[in-house]
Design a protein around this ligand. Sequence first.
Ligand code: FES
Length: 138
Amino acid sequence: MGGTNPYIEKTEYELPRVAYTVTFIAPDGLATKIKVDPAKIPYGPTGLPGSILDVAMGNGVALEHVCGGVCACSTCHVIVKQGIESCNEGTDDEWDQREEARIATLQSLLGCQCVPNGTKDIVVEIPAVNKNLVKEGH
Ligand code: FES
């Protein structure tokens, strides 16, 4: 599922012009390093083009995205361990959703709204506590 959310502020971001890597650290500690090729963006229709979620989905990395990548949940929450300075600024709407994440940190971003500009390699941790209420119930 993908699409856009007409009820949120438009996110400003800059797409990468050079290849860079995103390393995903899964809840079990397994690291998966993905080389992002700007020519392949968008990888699919879900999340902002070139977002952490777009890169994850295009490369077989499991990252929850209950709302379909339109900034209406917090299940795509990631903690950016390295390279956060190359990510776009979040909107107020993103901040509101981020506050719903079970453990929000200063490095917490929504994977569907975070678009790295490619000037740094990125390392993101996928928290074990990201909760998908649709799957898990209340
Ligand atoms: S997938 Fe719902 S906010 Fe990112």
